[in-house]
Write a protein that binds this ligand. Structure first.
Ligand SMILES: *[C@@H]1O[C@H](CO)[C@@H](O)[C@H](O)[C@H]1NC(C)=O
Ligand SMILES: *[C@@H]1O[C@H](CO)[C@@H](O)[C@H](O)[C@H]1NC(C)=O
Ligand SMILES: *[C@@H]1O[C@H](CO)[C@@H](O)[C@H](O)[C@H]1NC(C)=O
Ligand SMILES: *[C@@H]1O[C@H](CO)[C@@H](O)[C@H](O)[C@H]1NC(C)=O
Ligand SMILES: *[C@@H]1O[C@H](CO)[C@@H](O)[C@H](O)[C@H]1NC(C)=O
Ligand SMILES: *[C@@H]1O[C@H](CO)[C@@H](O)[C@H](O)[C@H]1NC(C)=O
Ligand SMILES: *[C@@H]1O[C@H](CO)[C@@H](O)[C@H](O)[C@H]1NC(C)=O
Ligand SMILES: *[C@@H]1O[C@H](CO)[C@@H](O)[C@H](O)[C@H]1NC(C)=O
Ligand SMILES: *[C@@H]1O[C@H](CO)[C@@H](O)[C@H](O)[C@H]1NC(C)=O
Ligand SMILES: *[C@@H]1O[C@H](CO)[C@@H](O)[C@H](O)[C@H]1NC(C)=O
Ligand SMILES: *[C@@H]1O[C@H](CO)[C@@H](O)[C@H](O)[C@H]1NC(C)=O
Ligand SMILES: *[C@@H]1O[C@H](CO)[C@@H](O)[C@H](O)[C@H]1NC(C)=O
Length: 512
């Protein structure tokens, strides 16, 4: 009797597990859907010292990078905005008579990943010419003091404002400054920037296009948190256009960090993004600052990511969940940080001793996010997080275009390690049921899958059966014959049934 009962219970719980998520959809957006997503939501940040490699120069433009960026432009109907900065922005000095774009030397005690003594010459700014039509945020070194610091600031400005047409310039001051005199110094230096731009590129001032991004705080500083800084008059001159914050889920070598626990974990994503939402709320309520809040530098794990984690397909799935949760909750834009040889990079722009040129798994996450948002200039796109209860491994989002449900994203984040289970054999699936309202008018659904052999795969990723790999067509989309392209399914009695292999994601495009 007891045995029979537990067998029945087991059968029930198995069935429940398979159908645990009947998702009720509404054709018009719920009240907590986001405001219209700004164009260029999918954006990048490129390490200052790596920018010449990512972008190339006048004689050798990096067309591979350009192709990858243009793919995203084609999907989100707006070009990613490129922030040039990061840790190395604070090590850079300018030498106006230096021929080389960048001379950097490494100190492995400080970092194995980037040079910590950097001198740039005028040729550095050629890299701003190679991707026509793109908009940049240039990170100025405002941290260095003394003659060399001021010289660097003053000499960079004519180079940068002449390199960039009027509508492409915005500046972002140095990343972390922990000084009492910070605000006064910030105001002094931003005035110096304005005066120097006025002298060298008056048209930039006349156009009203010189804008500052707030200095970013890593989030750990008590003495200099962003709210206090604004309260004591950081934006006295009113030149700040965006609140710019940085974010990582954890550290590359931090004890306890794993793919499943730290990245492929919706609960962790929600907690992580909520810190920023709280900060944004407090900025409004305590400092009266109501500016768009963006993540100007972010990625999976600080210290350039961890091998086997940040470069894996699992990290691409994390990237989709993280970015869509940001979109759903009002983060204005997300700049995923990139650098040469960085484990979390979406692509490696050139061959180096440490890494082969190529499209990396995280890029496919960027592709899925841009595809889900769709053309941000064609209509008002708003995103809602669909609450699935307290799920760690599953998340769902809805995209509304001009207030009509257009796309659903489903992300399954239970780790599937194919080295252990084999590419197909042992891979479980999770079943989802979506319910449309009666008379929704939806006649069919196109399904595009984000898939690879497993969460630990670092190659062989496709989205909608398309590869963007370097070796196929220099990063342009190539439809693969050996993977499933877009499938079309028909709702039955207003229900859509769809299976997701563990460690995969889909976009459902509704057809009315
Ligand atoms: C442009 O890039 C090429 C290839 O990296 C390099 O050889 C050349 O010196 C660069 N030109 C300038 C002006 O820096
Ligand atoms: C890179 O793109 C430029 C501009 O479209 C083109 O002139 C050049 O031939 C391309 N280089 C390569 C190596 O394809
Ligand atoms: C600047 O570059 C020139 C030309 O390479 C070099 O002679 C000079 O020493 C450099 N200045 C500094 C301060 O490094
Ligand atoms: C790096 O650290 C080692 C060990 O502490 C030390 O011997 C070496 O001098 C340091 N190198 C530099 C460039 O500071
Ligand atoms: C930088 O210079 C300013 C103005 O001279 C001074 O008040 C400040 O203390 C200096 N900061 C550092 C870190 O030396
Ligand atoms: C997911 O993240 C949360 C918050 O960081 C953590 O408490 C939880 O243990 C994680 N879950 C798993 C399965 O690792
Ligand atoms: C955000 O603020 C709410 C309300 O004050 C608080 O309950 C929550 O713990 C905060 N979340 C984070 C991640 O700081
Ligand atoms: C990159 O390669 C160089 C040369 O092989 C090596 O000295 C260096 O340690 C490598 N860097 C990292 C981060 O592994
Ligand atoms: C996006 O929509 C705008 C406005 O309808 C249109 O001009 C543009 O060509 C579209 N872009 C893409 C990539 O489809
Ligand atoms: C949005 O509202 C729905 C109910 O309308 C709720 O289930 C869901 O949790 C809310 N989403 C967020 C992110 O607060
Ligand atoms: C996947 O399994 C292999 C073999 O056990 C292991 O070496 C590897 O670390 C696992 N990958 C991840 C991301 O856990
Ligand atoms: C599918 O085709 C691509 C491109 O030709 C190839 O790289 C890949 O190995 C193939 N995958 C399988 C599973 O055969």
């Amino acid at each position: 009797m007891t045995q029979l009962l537990s067998a029945v219970l087991l059968a029930c719980s198995l069935q429940l597990a398979r159908a645990a998520t009947p998702i009720q959809l509404s054709i018009s957006p719920p009240s907590n859907a986001s405001a219209p997503i700004r164009k260029s939501f999918v954006s990048f940040s490129i390490e200052f010292s790596s920018f010449p490699d990512f972008a190339g120069n006048n004689s050798h433009p990096n067309n591979f990078s350009y192709n990858l960026l243009n793919n995203l432009d084609g999907l989100q109907g707006s070009k990613p905005i490129i922030r040039v900065g990061g840790n190395t922005q604070d090590y850079a000095t300018v030498n106006a008579s230096q021929e080389a774009a960048l001379i950097g030397s490494y100190d492995f005690n400080k970092s194995k990943d980037y040079p910590t003594t950097i001198s740039i010459g005028p040729a550095y700014f050629e890299s701003y010419n190679t991707w026509p039509g793109y908009e940049y945020i240039h990170g100025l070194n405002m941290g260095k003091n003394g003659t060399i610091g001021y010289q660097t600031l003053v000499q960079s400005i004519p180079l940068i404002c002449k390199a960039l047409p009027v509508d492409k310039l915005a500046t972002s001051p140095t990343t972390e400054l922990e000084r009492i005199c910070y605000v006064a110094e910030y105001i002094e230096k931003t005035r110096l920037i304005r005066d120097t731009v006025k002298l060298n590129c008056p048209e930039v001032i006349e156009s009203g296009k010189l804008r500052y991004y707030s200095p970013s705080f890593a989030g750990t500083s008590n003495s200099l948190n962003i709210i206090k800084t604004f309260q004591v008059g950081l934006d006295e001159d009113g030149g700040i256009a965006f609140i710019d914050s940085h974010n990582y889920m954890g550290g590359a070598t931090q004890p306890g960090v794993t793919l499943q626990k730290t990245l492929m974990n919706h609960t962790a994503v929600v907690l992580n993004v909520n810190k920023h939402l709280n900060e944004s709320t407090l900025l409004k309520s305590l400092a009266g600052i109501d500016l768009p809040y963006l993540l100007g530098e972010t990625n999976s794990l600080y210290n350039q990511g961890a091998p086997a984690l940040s470069n894996s397909f699992g990290a691409a799935l994390w990237g989709v969940d993280f970015n869509l949760y940001c979109a759903a909750t009002g983060i204005a834009r997300v700049h995923m940080h990139q650098g040469n040889n960085y484990r979390y990079a979406a692509w490696q722009p050139v061959d180096t001793a440490n890494e082969t040129i190529g499209t990396k798994a995280p890029y496919y996450g960027n592709v899925m996010v841009a595809s889900f948002l769709g053309n941000l200039t064609a209509g008002n796109v708003s995103v809602a997080n669909i609450d699935l209860g307290n799920t760690i491994y599953e998340s769902a989002y809805a995209a509304y275009v001009d207030d009509r449900l257009e796309r659903i994203a489903l992300i399954h984040m239970q780790e599937y390690n194919y080295t252990v289970g084999g590419p197909n054999a042992g891979r479980q699936k999770a079943a989802f049921t979506l319910r449309l309202p009666v008379n929704s008018g939806v006649s069919a659904v196109d399904v595009s899958r984000l898939i690879a052999n497993g969460s630990n795969a670092i190659t062989g990723v496709t989205f909608g059966g398309v590869s963007y790999n370097y070796e196929l067509n220099v990063g342009r989309p190539v439809k693969l014959a050996n993977t499933t392209a877009v499938e079309t399914i028909k709702p039955e009695d207003g229900s859509i049934e769809i299976d997701l292999p563990w460690s995969s994601a889909v976009i459902l495009q509704l057809k009315y």
